[in-house]
Ligand binder design. Structure first.
Ligand code: G1P
Ligand code: ZN
Length: 544
């Protein structure tokens, strides 16, 4: 095998964000852009001689060509083995599952999650470590530093590898193993949930389901698990074939982007459960008939009921949520008597807590829920959790959530996003908010008195690392909150996210519309940030 050592010059913008390096395909297509970043990861990991890595992605445009480059570079960097999903496919949670199951040195996941794909869309790469989770900040920081000083990369001069045919083949001294991307993951799900019970409920007709894979990675997973193993009727999975451009759609599972599913669930004869997952399979949206479950509520409901399910019979060790996620799960933790951790946005912060066995469940308001079974959030896992719960309780999705609110009270919750705004304007909004922080506590705005106002800082309870400036929190005396932060995953301009939350203990008021219930706080957020005025946008781009 001939190895080329090619000269290169660094790019200055290869800084991984909330979840790896994400850029437009046009940026990733620049000469040596991908190669530089891959070499920076390999250099950061140190001696990789004989080590194994898992490789796969969500099937978006560039997935296959990037994998061919990775194979050639891995062979030239003395890696022992690559385990690659057939056709180059692996959902993010399945990649995490395989890294853990086969005890590899980690893996490379090719995805830009819910961002659009295709030649004009986005591409992304992230390295996950031996625990199966996204690399912690000190690793991504080192990759970034390395990317800025790189002068050469190593690549083998070999033919492309057939990614479609299962089995092992040698590439120089390295082995490439193409494996079924679904099987290991399906087995893990079968171990966590009561498949017999779910199957019986489906076969009896008591439980019907529709799953929207959004032309993305979860199609093959959902078909195998829901249709083949749980006997849901053929056609349960819609948009089930992964396409390189996701059919020109935005594979983000919310009411706005999963329109087909939303129309079905809000129409006559809706199935018991409607669900969708995103580009790489780690997000989930849960719907009942004419009923939307906010991700924050979903996390709280799962936490309150986990002990009823086979994989969680021993109860919860603790729970965690990202800072902007509603405090609904905090109430469950308090009732159950376990710790609840508040972490910065991004799944990587849950890894240490899971590894140290401090928590069992965790989640984010951004349609992410997961548990200690892998080190990523997991879309299909959440869907199976809900199916298991519905089969067990013999209740509808709405009944389960309403029962939960009756017991714990309701946290009205919404997120308003202002997308693709001028980064200077976004910076000015955040600057203005930061300046107000010292004077806010004690001030009263209508029914709300500010209890605290800060820029969230997190000290990891396991390794003591500190992450600062993780979002502006304004907390009120009644437990309501407004949070402002800038997205770390966008690829176009800046995105301002405004998160709003209000607690309502009174059952009679639980049926209100969330936007109405939060209208005072929404106005207050505008007053404090001047978001609309400064961006000259009449309304947020997306409301979830
Ligand atoms: C967004 C979500 C965050 C999630 C991340 C990756 O990040 O808000 O919760 O972990 O995508 O899916 P953001 O764009 O807000 O930085
Ligand atoms: Zn995702």
């Amino acid at each position: 095998m001939k190895i080329d050592i090619r000269k290169t010059t660094p790019f200055t913008d290869q800084k991984p964000g909330t979840s790896g390096l994400r850029k437009k395909v046009s940026v990733f297509s620049r000469k040596n852009y991908l190669e530089n970043f891959i070499q920076a990861i390999f250099d950061t990991l140190g001696d990789l001689t004989g080590q194994t890595l898992v490789v796969g992605g969500d099937g978006r445009y560039m997935n296959r060509t990037a994998i061919q480059t990775i194979i050639k570079m891995a062979a030239a960097n003395s890696i022992g083995k690559l385990i690659i999903g057939q056709n180059g496919l692996l959902s993010t949670p399945a990649a995490s599952c395989m890294i853990r199951k086969y005890k590899t040195r980690g893996g490379l996941i090719l995805s830009a999650s819910h961002n659009p794909g295709g030649p004009d869309g986005d591409f992304g790469i992230k390295y996950n470590g031996e625990n199966g989770g996204p690399a912690p900040e000190h690793v991504t920081d080192t990759v970034y530093r390395r990317s800025r000083e790189i002068t050469q990369f190593r690549i083998a001069d070999v033919e492309d590898v057939d990614l479609d045919c299962l089995g092992e083949r040698p590439i120089g001294g390295m082995t490439v193993q193409i494996i079924d991307p679904v099987e290991d993951y399906a087995q893990l799900m079968e171990h966590l949930f009561d498949f017999n019970l779910i199957r019986a409920a489906i076969l009896s007709g008591a439980l019907t389901v529709k799953f929207d894979a959004m032309h993305a990675i979860t199609g093959p997973y959902a078909k195998r698990i829901l249709e083949d193993r749980l006997y849901a009727v053929t056609g349960t999975v819609i948009n089930g074939i992964p396409l390189e451009d996701f059919g020109g759609e935005h594979p983000d599972p919310n009411l706005f982007h999963a329109r087909e599913l939303a129309a079905l669930m809000y129409g006559a004869n809706a199935p018991t459960l409607g669900a969708a997952s995103d580009g790489d399979g780690d997000r989930n949206m849960i719907l009942g008939s004419r009923f939307f479950v906010t991700p924050s509520d979903s996390l709280a409901v799962l936490a309150a009921n986990a002990h009823l399910l086979p994989g969680y019979r021993d109860g919860l060790r603790g729970v965690a949520r990202s800072m902007p996620t509603s405090q609904a799960v905090d109430r469950v933790a308090e009732a159950v008597g376990v710790d609840c951790y508040e972490t910065p946005t991004g799944w990587k912060f849950f890894g240490n807590l899971l590894d140290a066995r401090k928590i069992t469940l965790c989640g984010e308001e951004s349609f992410g829920t997961g548990s200690d079974h892998v080190r990523e959030k997991d879309g299909l896992w959440a869907v199976l959790f809900w199916l298991n719960l519905i089969a067990l309780k013999r209740q509808s999705v709405a009944e389960i959530v309403r029962d939960h609110w009756r017991r714990f009270g309701r946290h009205f919750y919404t997120r308003h996003d202002y997308e693709a705004i001028d980064p200077n304007i976004a910076g000015a909004i955040v600057h203005r908010l930061r300046q107000q922080l010292p004077s806010l506590p004690g001030q009263t705005f209508g029914a709300y008195t500010v209890a605290f106002a800060d820029d969230f800082s997190y000290e990891d309870p396991v390794d003591g690392s500190i992450s600062e400036k993780q979002g502006i929190r304004i907390g009120f005396k009644d437990g309501s909150r407004i949070v402002f932060r800038l997205s770390g995953t966008g690829t176009e301009g800046a995105t301002l996210r405004i998160y709003l939350e209000r607690y309502e203990p009174e059952i009679e008021k639980h049926e209100q519309d969330a936007q109405e219930a939060l209208s005072d706080l929404i106005q207050l957020a505008e007053h404090l940030s001047e978001a609309k005025q400064r961006t000259r946008m009449a309304a947020p781009t997306v409301i979830t």
